[in-house]
Design a protein around this ligand. Structure first.
Ligand code: ADP
Length: 310
C-alpha cells in the first residue's frame, strides 16, 4: 500500500504540489495524468524520497519516507524523468552495478540481470555503453534498472517517452504483466496510455487532484458518452431524422453536422441507442451508420483542466 498524506512542495513562491492525499493498493496501476508542470514528477520524487516535501509525508508498504527512507526505497523501483544513468558504462555493467547496489550477489544478481534484460529485450546492446544508445534503448535500460530487484512498488515517470509504437506496446504489455501483484504508478500526458494500462487515473493540474476515477468512469463524464450518431444515406434526410430523434423522451438535444450526420445527446447520460435504433427501424430510414459514442478522455481532460493534451 502507498499512502500520500497531504504531500506539499513549494519552490520559492511556486506551490508545485498542493496537499495531495491518495492511497494506492496492490493490483492497481495508477496513472498521474496532467499537463506539463502539473506536479507529477515532483510528486513521484517525494514518494520515492528523492525530494523532501515542504510538508506532508508518504508511506510505502508501511514505511514512512520521512523517517525510514531506506526501507521505503528498498521496496520500490523508480524510473526517474529522462531515465538518467551512467553514460560511460556498458549496459551489462550498469545493470550489474545497480543490482549490486540493491544488495543482490552472485547467482541471484546474474539471474536478476538476465530476467530484466529479457523483459526489456536488451540482449543486443549489452556490450554498448549507455551514451551510444538511442533514446528508446536508454528508456528501456532505465526500466530494466527499476525492476531488477522485483520490487512490490514501481514508480515510472513517463515510461514510454521516446519509444516507437512497437516499443510502447511492449512496455505497456510488460506493465500489464507485472500489475497483478504490484503497485504501479506511472505519469503520462498520453491519454491512450491511461486507457491502455491504468486501472485508475488521477488528473492533476497545478499541484491538485481534479479527478480520481477509472478511465471508463472519466470517459463517462464526457458530454458525448452514450450519445448516438446516425448518418443517413442521403444528407437531405437529416432534418427529418433530427426532428424525430429529438422528440424521443430520453433525448436532451440533437446536433447536425454539415455532412448530414445527426448526433443525439441523452438527457441524463443513460443509453438511448435502443430507442433510436427502434425508431430508425420503424421509420425505415436508409442509414449508412448508427453507433453509440463511448465518450472520449481528451474531451473530459480538456473540460477538467482547461488544457489540451496529445
Ligand atoms: P510535471 O511532472 O507534471 O510536468 P513537475 O513536477 O516537473 O511537473 O513541475 C511542477 C512545477 O514545479 C513546474 O512549474 C516546475 O517548473 C516546477 N519545478 C519543478 N522542479 C523544480 C525545481 N527544482 N525548482 C523550481 N521549480 C521546480
Amino acid at each position: 500500500m502507498i499512502q500520500a498524506e497531504r504531500l506539499t512542495k513549494r519552490y520559492g513562491p511556486l506551490l508545485a504540489v498542493d496537499a495531495l492525499s491518495f492511497e494506492v493498493a496492490p493490483g492497481e496501476v495508477l496513472g498521474f495524468l496532467g499537463p506539463n508542470g502539473a506536479g507529477k514528477s515532483t510528486t513521484m520524487k517525494m514518494l520515492t524520497g528523492f525530494v523532501a516535501p515542504t510538508s506532508g509525508d508518504a508511506i510505502v508498504c508501511g514505511h514512512r519516507v520521512s523517517g525510514d527512507a531506506r526501507a521505503a526505497r528498498d521496496r520500490l523501483g523508480y524510473l526517474p524523468e529522462g531515465a538518467p544513468s551512467y553514460p560511460e558504462m556498458t549496459v551489462r555493467a550498469f545493470l550489474a552495478f545497480i543490482a549490486a547496489m540493491r544488495g543482490l550477489r552472485g547467482p541471484a544478481r546474474r539471474t536478476a540481470v538476465d530476467r530484466a534484460v529479457g523483459q526489456l529485450d536488451l540482449g543486443d546492446v549489452l556490450a554498448q555503453t549507455v551514451d551510444t544508445l538511442s533514446k528508446g534503448y536508454r528508456r528501456r535500460v532505465g526500466l530494466a534498472q527499476a525492476i531488477l530487484h522485483d520490487p512490490p512498488v514501481l514508480i515510472l515517470d513517463e515510461p514510454t517517452d521516446g519509444l516507437d509504437p512497437n516499443q510502447k506496446h511492449q512496455v505497456r504489455r510488460l506493465i500489464e504483466g507485472m500489475a497483478a501483484d504490484k503497485i504501479i504508478i506511472i505519469s503520462t500526458h498520453i491519454l491512450e496510455e491511461v486507457e491502455a494500462v491504468c486501472s485508475r487515473a488521477l488528473i492533476i493540474s497545478s499541484g491538485r487532484i481534479l479527478a480520481d476515477d477509472t478511465p471508463q468512469g472519466l470517459a463517462a463524464r464526457a458530454r458525448r458518452h452514450n450519445a448516438v450518431t446516425l448518418r443517413p444515406r442521403a444528407a437531405g434526410d437529416a432534418a427529418q431524422i433530427a426532428e424525430a430523434v429529438d422528440a424521443l423522451p430520453g433525448v436532451d438535444s440533437v446536433e447536425r453536422a454539415d455532412d448530414g450526420t445527426v448526433t443525439a445527446f441523452p438527457a441524463d447520460g443513460a443509453p438511448i441507442i435502443g430507442d433510436v435504433a427502434a425508431l430508425a427501424g420503424e421509420r425505415g430510414w436508409p442509414l449508412v451508420e448508427l453507433h453509440q459514442e463511448s465518450g472520449r478522455l481528451d474531451e473530459v481532460f480538456r473540460e477538467i483542466t482547461g488544457e489540451t493534451v496529445s
